[in-house]
Design a protein around this ligand. Structure first.
Ligand code: OAD
Length: 265
């Protein structure tokens, strides 16, 4: 509609959508207090070299350092809370699933985040393409031990099978979990609305998901406080903090679905 504000347009697209895919990155957790990777001053990769911390070679070279670093990140993730952006995405999932209870699922949340905050906010269908820091496995057998049974009192943490415990996260050079990749591409192939939220869109294959969605005919939206590699090509950019924009957007979609004008409220 001519003159329609961007957020109104996206709210209308959400109200019309049959299948929504959301890709999230570290920016969505920033307002919970977790540091992103590529912020020029505070970002983790501005302070640390990923080749020293996030590769299997780094772990083999210095398992104590890598385990301590991931244990530190695990405690940070455990000790913060989901923010209004996470909450809004969980509400969006509930709303779309209630509106379209049939199969296939109308909403898929693909996250590059390993912090588990989407699940804690109540999101149910979460595809963790970079794994989770809340799961750890033995380097020898792959056996995943429940977190409650792992004692982080020695670094690296020995496993009962002669190896060490490592986080079930994807390190540079490692394959993404096959099941998560398949679930992602299956959802992307049938989506009609795609969101890229709080990610710099620099790490593949996630950075290429927008193209897969576009090839499937989806409208594309970016929510980010800064421009990204996706910005020039998306249909709409909503510039700002995801913790502010997402609650507003979901509220406006809800108003439209109820037959009101979102701006009346
Ligand atoms: P980045 O740190 O690369 O990007 C975070 C993006 O979020 C940036 O574009 C910020 O401008 C934006 N941002 C920050 N705060 C925001 C806010 N409150 N609201 C909206 N946007 C905000 O993080 P990712 O794109 O997630 O992989 O990084 C992708 C992958 O690179 C990570 O999963 C990790 C990393 O190396 C592995 O470790 C394998």
């Amino acid at each position: 509609m001519p003159g329609e504000a961007s957020i109104d347009r996206v709210a209308r697209w959400l109200a019309e959508a049959r299948s929504v895919v959301v890709l999230t990155g570290a920016g969505v957790s920033a307002e919970s207090g977790l540091t992103t990777f590529r912020d020029p001053e505070e970002g983790l990769w501005s302070k640390y070299d990923p080749m020293d911390l996030a590769t299997i070679e780094a772990f083999e070279r210095d398992p104590e350092l890598v385990t301590r670093w991931y244990h530190w990140r695990f405690t940070k993730a455990r000790d913060v809370r989901p923010n209004p952006g996470h909450d809004a995405l969980a509400l969006l999932e509930r709303t779309l699933c209630a509106r379209m209870p049939d199969n296939p699922p109308p909403f898929t949340l693909i996250t590059q985040n390993i912090d588990g905050l989407h699940q804690r906010a109540g999101s149910r269908r979460v595809v963790e393409i970079h794994g989770s820091i809340h799961r750890w496995r033995c380097t020898c057998t792959g056996y995943e031990k429940p977190l409650s049974e792992i004692r982080f009192d020695r670094f690296p943490v020995p496993s009962e099978h002669g190896g060490f415990m490592r986080p079930c996260v994807v390190w540079f050079g490692e394959m993404l979990p096959q099941e998560a990749l398949e679930a992602s591409f299956e959802a992307l192939a049938r989506c009609d609305l795609f969101f890229s939220i709080g990610t710099s869109a620099t790490v593949y294959p996630a950075a290429g998901f927008i193209e897969v969605a576009r090839a499937a005919g989806a409208r594309t939206v970016e929510i980010n406080k800064d421009p990204t590699a996706n910005s020039p090509s998306v249909d709409v950019t909503l510039k700002g903090r995801s913790g502010a924009i997402l609650p507003d957007l979901v509220h406006q979609m809800d108003q439209l679905a109820r037959g009101g004008d979102a701006r009346d409220t």
